[in-house]
Every structure is written in C-alpha cells, then in structure tokens.
Design a protein around this ligand. Structure first.
Ligand SMILES: Nc1ncnc2c1ncn2[C@@H]1O[C@H](COP(=O)(O)OP(=O)(O)O)[C@@H](O)[C@H]1O
Ligand SMILES: [Mg+2]
Length: 282
C-alpha cells in the first residue's frame, strides 16, 4: 500500500493556551512494498504522524492518501482502512486483556464479517508467524507470558487482520536481544511478502539494516529523507538532533581516518565486514 502526505499539518488544542503544532507542512511518499524507518527526537511528531496515517486523527491541514485515495475524503471506505492498516502502538502488551490468547488475537477481527473458520485460520497463522504453536497457546491467559512474548502476542493481534500497511511505533523498546531479533526477522519476512512497513525506532543500526529508507523529522517537519547511507552520512545533522549515531558508520569512519578506503555509504554490519575482509586478504 502506498502512502502519500501532502502538506500535512496537525495542531493539538488549537486556539487554547495549550496549542501545540505537532506536525507542520509535511510532505512525503512511501511506495508500496517499502520498509521505511522514522527517526527524530522525542516530541518531533513521529507518533502524531502515525496516527494521522492510520486515520485515527484528522489533520488540521493537507491530505493523506493511501493507494492514491484521500483517507479523509467523503467517499473513503474507513472500515476498509481499519482492516488494511495495522498499527502496533508503543508498549502494545499493556492492551492485552482477554481471557485467552485466541480471543485476544482475534479481538481486532470482530467487525470484519469473517466466518469463525476464517478468523481461526488467520489467528493461527498470525500466532505461528510470531513463533508460537497455536495449539499450545490458544487457550492460555495472555497475562501468563513474559514481556517479550506479550509483545509478540500483541503484534499477532495486529497481523491477524493481514494488513497491507503495518505501522510500528518503537516496537523494539524494552525487548531483550532475542525478542528484538525475532521481531525484526518477522518484519523482514512480512516485507518480502509484500507488506509495506513504517517503523519508528531510535536505533540507527537496526534501521540501516532493515529499512530501505530513513525519514527524519525535526520539530514536526521533514528534516531528511533518503536511503540510510545518505541520511546517516550527515553526521553533524544527526548529532545536532540528538539522534543516536549509526555505530557501523562510526566504525567505518574511524577506519577511513586510519587510511582504509571504506566507501562513505557503509552503514550495514555485513557491508563493513566485507570491506574489512576484502582488505585483509590483499
Ligand atoms: N494528545 C496530545 N495533546 C496535546 N499535545 C500533544 C498530544 N500528543 C502529542 N502532543 C505534542 O505534540 C508534539 C509531538 O508529539 P508526538 O507526536 O508524540 O512526538 P514523538 O512521537 O516524536 O515523541 C509534542 O510537542 C507533544 O507534546
Ligand atoms: Mg512517540
């Protein structure tokens, strides 16, 4: 699913002393099938942008188009939007509340008009995608799982709707290394299977590894937009924005300063290893 923001602005509490411009004249396009990473300081408008794209809020100005259709237009199918766009909010596991895993993962499907068989097969597939055995977990209470497992259950609840666009707001925060790896591997697979992904993260190395491109926001505006190799090359701009540096790029820079001719766009771990190994053999 493609996403287009045309001059989008969003103001909270307009006309009051608490008025906040969260997003200002933001224009960008995400192509169908792309994996886009979103970065920027706390308060720069990332979560607001996500809620606007998911149709959970209306912009104060501008247009948001999904597959070329204005989601706030008169004839837009908003029920379809809920089915086609999945959002994993920050710390989604706090929203697990049903008595069984099966009921919890199926919760978002209740208004889709699907048959019980369709729902069950989708819930089964989503849980198995997230690394659970359906039979082993379906009748358990979601509350008995560990933090990382609960996060995966919550993501399964979003995947069960088989969204074409999957939006994740800092999904890696608080996960242990194994949980991170499992979730990232799954996101990579979903993306290869055609799901468009928009992921907010503060982890530059991870985004360099997985995202086709990086969208950097600053004070509610678009600050940088391009491939990781390009965006992370602007070292000073990243530092000025309190954005964690890409450590792979930092290591590549340190080697360059020592006279190694590492290409400037080296941002992925595998790329850096190849460059080092290549020189070692010479
Ligand atoms: N519900 C709200 N009411 C008023 N102001 C808000 C609300 N949500 C966010 N803001 C403000 O909007 C700005 C952008 O916030 P947010 O989109 O949450 O940024 P981020 O996700 O990048 O941290 C911030 O100044 C924040 O304080
Ligand atoms: Mg946020």
């Amino acid at each position: 699913m493609s996403v287009e923001l045309r001059n989008v602005s969003c103001v909270y509490a307009p006309g009051t002393p608490y008025e906040t411009r969260a997003v200002t004249e933001l224009s960008l396009t995400i192509r169908d099938g792309e994996f886009a990473g979103v970065m920027g300081k706390t308060g720069c408008g990332k979560s607001t942008m996500i809620q606007l794209i998911a149709g959970l809020m209306r912009p104060s100005g501008g247009q948001i188009l999904l597959d070329g259709q204005d989601i706030n237009g008169k004839n837009f199918d908003r029920d379809g939007l809920r089915r086609r766009v999945g959002v994993v909010f920050q710390f989604p596991e706090i929203q697990l509340f049903e008595t069984t895993v099966k009921r919890d993962v199926a919760f978002g499907l209740r208004h889709f008009g699907w048959t019980e068989e369709e729902k069950e097969s989708s819930v089964r597939e989503a849980l198995e995608r997230m690394g659970f055995s359906y039979e082993a977990v379906k009748d358990k209470s979601p509350l008995g799982f560990s933090g990382g497992e609960k996060r995966r259950l919550a993501v399964a609840g979003v995947l069960a709707a088989r969204p074409e666009l999957l939006i994740l707001d800092e999904p890696l925060a608080g996960l242990d290394p194994l949980g991170r790896e499992a979730l990232l591997t799954l996101l990579g697979e979903l993306n290869r299977d055609g799901t468009t992904i928009l992921m907010v993260s503060h982890d530059a190395d991870t985004l360099a590894e997985y995202a086709d491109r990086i969208i950097l926001l600053k004070d509610g505006r678009l600050f940088r937009d391009g491939p990781a190799a390009e965006v992370f090359a602007d070292y000073d701009a990243l530092k000025d924005n309190g954005i964690g540096v890409c450590r792979v790029r930092e290591a590549a820079e340190a080697l360059r300063r020592r006279g190694w001719e590492i290409p400037a766009g080296t941002v992925r771990y595998g790329q850096l290893l190849d460059e080092i190994a290549g020189r070692w053999r010479q």
